[in-house]
Design a protein around this ligand. Structure first.
Ligand code: COA
Length: 333
């Protein structure tokens, strides 16, 4: 019998900045109420990065935890991938800074990946390909964001949504007998993009596109929230059902949905479409807000460390973000 290589999650880690911003704090900043925010988004609070921290600090803290839990040393890692929309600098990549700060001195490749809120699923998919081809054995995949730094704190329909944080997973190559069911590992990833939606969710300025005015809106996220909402609900339902169909898995076989944490109403709609009970859907948006590429690894780490997600269980990860980008990962933990 022939065998091939698949990727197995051997450890997770996470980090949330100390400062918690409650909805009540936002009431003092913009015209909003705790009740409105909770009803429309499900968000109760979010964590905000300290003045002296940058994205790589959050990423390093999450990665250290994952490496320690895996019982590895930093030089056991042979690829560092950081999904982020809020890198420390234009260059070098946040991944190379993380590599240095972790003390990885084995010259392994390190790079950032930008797919906004789908960033972690994209990074997982890329890492999985590197492992499957035999190019690397262990990959550190991090989603880390300091979205508060690109938030327009006077735009009430926008600033209520975002939070800061980081989550990390370590993938390791394991042998898989061809034709046999996967006992523990990534079964499949699916990633997509459609650039025609740029204007619905974006930051207008960037390294090569100079801000047209001094307006803060040029340097922060702008979004047509209700239009994004509609496309997100439809796209996420579609990717979830497509992923299951392509892998010949029935929704009733799923133990968990670990969705990108953008809005509780979007999350519930996807869970319902799959016929899952609310208790099978991992929700952290109430505590973290939308942390973009960090949201799935944060949710995953929470549900694994509190004992909900157990070895051998089947989970579907799905995400949607600016671009638009969207994707899924079907994993037997
Ligand atoms: N507090 C109180 N009222 C607010 C408000 C706030 N924070 N933000 C907007 N409103 C008001 C609007 O001004 C509008 O008032 P009007 O009817 O008098 O004009 C009303 O609430 C409805 O606005 P709308 O934008 O249609 O609200 P909504 O129900 O769509 O909720 C979002 C807004 C942003 C919460 C929602 O659209 C959303 O979550 N979208 C998806 C965003 C997302 O997840 N993006 C990331 C994808 S990765």
């Amino acid at each position: 019998m022939t065998s091939s290589r698949i990727s197995r999650i051997i450890a997770t880690g996470s980090y949330l900045p100390e400062r918690v911003m409650l909805n009540a704090d936002l009431e003092a900043m913009v015209e909003t109420t705790d009740a409105w925010i909770q009803e429309r988004t499900g968000i109760k609070q979010r964590h905000i990065i300290a003045d002296d921290q940058v994205t790589s600090d959050l990423a390093v803290a999450a990665a250290k935890q994952a490496i320690a839990r895996a019982g590895l040393t930093p030089n056991d890692i042979d690829l560092v991938l950081v999904a982020t929309t809020t890198p420390d600098k234009i260059f070098p990549s946040t991944a190379t800074i993380v590599q240095r700060e972790l003390g990885i001195t084995n010259s392994c490749p390190a790079f950032d990946l930008q797919a906004v809120c789908t960033g972690f699923v994209y990074a997982l998919s890329v890492a999985d390909q590197f492992i499957k081809t035999g190019m690397v054995k262990r990959t550190l995949v991090i989603g880390a964001e300091s979205l508060s730094r690109i938030t327009n704190w006077s735009d009430r329909s926008n600033c209520i949504l975002w939070g800061d944080g980081a989550g990390a997973v370590i993938l390791e190559a394991v042998a898989q007998q061809d034709g046999q069911p996967v006992k523990s590992g990534i079964i499949a990833t699916h990633i997509h993009a459609d650039g025609q939606y740029e204007q619905l969710l974006h930051v207008p300025s960037g390294p090569s596109r100079v801000a047209q005015t001094d307006d803060v809106a040029e340097r922060t996220m702008t979004m047509k929230g209700n239009e994004v909402f509609k496309v997100a609900v439809n796209t996420l339902s579609r990717i979830a059902t497509e992923t299951l169909a392509k892998n010949q898995i029935d929704a009733s076989e799923l133990d968990w949905l670990v969705p990108h944490q953008a809005n509780l109403r979007i999350i519930k709609a996807t869970g319902k479409k799959l016929g899952l009970d609310d208790s099978q859907v991992v929700v952290t948006v109430d505590q973290h807000g939308n942390t973009s590429s960090a949201s799935i690894p944060l949710a995953l780490d929470q549900a694994i460390t509190d004992g909900r997600i157990r070895r051998g269980q089947l989970m579907l990860l799905e995400a949607f973000g600016g671009g638009f980008t969207w994707g899924s990962a079907l994993i037997r933990y």
